[in-house]
Write a protein that binds this ligand. Structure first.
Ligand code: SF4
Length: 81
C-alpha cells in the first residue's frame, strides 16, 4: 500500500488546513468533528486502510476513532499457536 502522502489527491485531503489537535483529542466533541471532516475527504478509504496497516493506535483516521480502530487492530493480531 502506498503512503498517504504519495497519493495523487493527497493535497486535497479534508484535514490539510485543520488543526491536527482535533484528530488527536479524546473528547467526544472533537472526535465527532474529526469524523465529520473525514466524511468529506477524498482519501478516506486509503486513510483508513493505511492507519490499520501502520497500526496507528492514536487519533481519528479515515473517519474511525482511536477506540474503534484499536478494536480492529487487536482483532487482526495473529493468533498464537
Ligand atoms: S480521512 Fe480524515 S484524517 Fe484521513 S486524510 Fe482525510 S480528513 Fe485527514
Amino acid at each position: 500500500m502506498a503512503e498517504l502522502a504519495e497519493l495523487d489527491n493527497y493535497q486535497q485531503r479534508a484535514c490539510r488546513l485543520i488543526d491536527k489537535n482535533v484528530f488527536f483529542a479524546n473528547d467526544l466533541q472533537s472526535i465527532a468533528m474529526a469524523k465529520a471532516i473525514c466524511e468529506s475527504c477524498v482519501i478516506i478509504q486509503e486513510c483508513y486502510e493505511t492507519s490499520i496497516a501502520n497500526r496507528e493506535y492514536y487519533g481519528t483516521w479515515g473517519g474511525v476513532s482511536e477506540d474503534q480502530r484499536q478494536r480492529v487492530i487487536i482483532n487482526k493480531k495473529p493468533k498464537s499457536a
